[in-house]
Write a protein that binds this ligand. Structure first.
Ligand code: PLP
Length: 515
């Protein structure tokens, strides 16, 4: 079913329309655009309340005409069995009246990237196998994408992964999640430089014809599993619907006389590249009663500025390093699919070309009004983020710095409707920021995690007056995180940027990719 079209129109070289399989394996579209859904169907959500997660996913994929072979889809969905609660991979926690946190971090790497990358890795590998093609997948990471990609593709057939990360530029936990990965088809390389350097190496390799030719001689194709791949977005629509249906059930809301749910909710999303928020947008377009999707940014507030003013402006903007690094971003790629859905391909091409040529674009007043019927936005400084972490901990709920930006937004956008905050990472991935915010202690990851564990034990024995007033209940550290600190390091190469290419090619000499 060719139900994907191109956000910037067609140059007649790329296929004008494509199906889900093609979109996953060949994501690049005309004029530097993306493949995206041609039609967004209306869905009757009231009939879906009693489906389990796998059934819901299949129902929505089928409504969207997202077609995959049944066995491929089943093994992809099977990946949710590795989540804390296989029947509920994205649980909802009520933290106060009308306010829920949807914890999207119960997968193997403790960040929400697992929600999409876990099943996506299976789909990609099985499609590669089906077409008898071998792929090298490149990833550059500032912390969460790397571990989730490696975990997803470990030992998968027909795939090798090289993951580049900036030496010293991630948290210790994130670095260990990568460097302790022990699978023959994975290679993790630290580079001397920052995340921008890692990303520019990735981009230059993806364009490097000599590199591609050298790979092709080995019968290997080059790809990147980045967050604009619709294969990842598709899985991100489901948990928003799941969250809504859980609210309906927990508040015992009945359908209206026409048999539909009309109870509205708000969803608040800590946003970077806009994949998570785009999933919510599609759910809303399908008829899920979402009043507004609220975008939370950090001090890199280009996205929130855009939604407030209609101006996307990165002239004179440089990246600020914050305590929520997964949201440190200037160009938020998935916005392009929203522009397409609301304003069509001609206008999208015009706006995106303006961004590329002038680092700037502006919506008309009418377009802005349309955008704002779906989205609101705000941003959060590091100072406010730390205050929010402390306050929430004392009120009984521990959250990570990314999720804190969303909780802060919830206070600004209070509503009579139930609000769901997307929690995008477990606190264990950002423990030093947590102990700094709550206890004013400057620790390494290991020290900070141990310190937090001590808090639970001591609190269980005694109420210490010098401690914060309340104490969060959700402090437990999963074994996978605890064990990281004693696992052997497999990948310890630190390379100059210009040594990466030859290093990858010589690694691929060995029989790295297994069919
Ligand atoms: C990737 C990530 C985000 C940003 O998600 P987008 O889909 O890129 O907007 C937010 N928080 C955490 C912890 C992440 O890893």
């Amino acid at each position: 079913m060719n139900n994907f079209i191109q956000t910037r129109g067609s140059d007649n070289f790329h296929p004008q329309k494509a199906d889900f399989e093609d979109v996953i394996l060949n994501p690049g579209a005309s004029f530097g655009g993306l493949y995206t859904l041609e039609h967004i169907p209306q869905v009757d959500f009231s009939s879906l309340v009693n489906l389990d997660y796998a059934e819901l996913l299949k129902h929505i994929f089928s409504a969207l005409n997202i077609t995959l072979d049944g066995d491929i889809l089943d093994s992809a969905i099977g990946r949710y069995r590795h989540f804390d609660d296989p029947t509920n991979p994205a649980p909802l926690v009520k933290i106060k009246e009308n306010l829920y946190v949807q914890e999207l971090y119960h997968g193997p790497t403790r960040a929400f990237k697992d929600m999409a990358l876990q099943p996506f890795g299976v789909v990609f590998s099985k499609l590669a196998l089906k077409r008898n093609k071998k792929y090298l997948i490149l990833a550059a990471t500032s912390g969460d994408t790397g571990p989730a990609t490696l975990e997803s593709f470990a030992n998968q057939k027909n795939i090798a992964v090289v993951c580049l990360y900036p030496k010293g530029g991630t948290s210790d936990v994130q670095a260990l999640q990568m460097t302790t990965q022990n699978a023959k088809n994975l290679k993790v390389l630290a580079i001397k430089g920052n995340f921008d350097d890692a990303q520019s190496i990735l981009k230059s390799l993806l364009k490097d014809e000599a590199f591609k030719t050298a790979l092709n001689e080995k019968q290997i194709l080059l790809s990147a599993a980045n967050s604009v791949n619709f294969g990842r977005i598709a899985f991100q629509i489901i948990y928003h619907i799941w969250g809504y249906l859980q609210v309906i059930k927990s508040e015992k809301i009945a359908p209206n006389n026409a048999g539909n749910f009309d109870k509205k909710i708000q969803i608040i999303v800590p946003s970077g590249n806009f994949g998570n928020a785009l999933g919510a947008f599609y759910a809303k377009m399908m008829g899920l009663p979402i009043e507004k999707i609220i975008i939370a940014s950090n001090a890199n507030n280009i996205l929130s500025e855009f939604i407030q003013t209609g101006v996307y402006d990165i002239t004179n903007k440089s990246l600020i390093k914050t305590t929520s690094p997964a949201m440190d971003i200037l160009k938020s790629s998935n916005i392009e699919r929203v522009l397409f859905a609301l304003f069509g391909s001609n206008r999208t091409r015009e706006l995106m070309e303006s961004l590329e040529n002038k680092s700037y674009y502006q919506l008309s007043a009418k377009e802005l009004a349309t955008l704002q019927t779906h989205f609101s936005a705000t941003f959060c400084t590091d100072k406010k983020c730390c205050e929010t972490i402390k306050e929430s901990f004392e009120a009984g709920y521990l959250l990570d710095p990314h999720t804190a930006t969303a909780l802060k937004a919830a206070k600004e956008f209070c509503s009579h409707s139930p609000t769901i905050i997307c929690s995008t990472a477990e606190w264990t991935k950002f423990a030093p920021t947590i102990t700094q915010a709550i206890f004013d202690k400057n620790f390494s990851d290991k020290e900070a995690i141990e310190w937090m564990q001590k808090q639970t034990c001591q609190n269980a024995n005694n109420i210490d007056e010098s401690k914060p007033k309340g104490i969060a209940k959700n402090i437990a550290v999963p074994d996978t995180i605890e064990q990281l600190f004693s696992k052997p390091i497999i990948h310890n190469e630190v390379l100059d940027q210009n040594a990466i290419k030859s290093h990858i090619l010589s690694w691929l000499e060995d029989k790295t990719i297994e069919g």
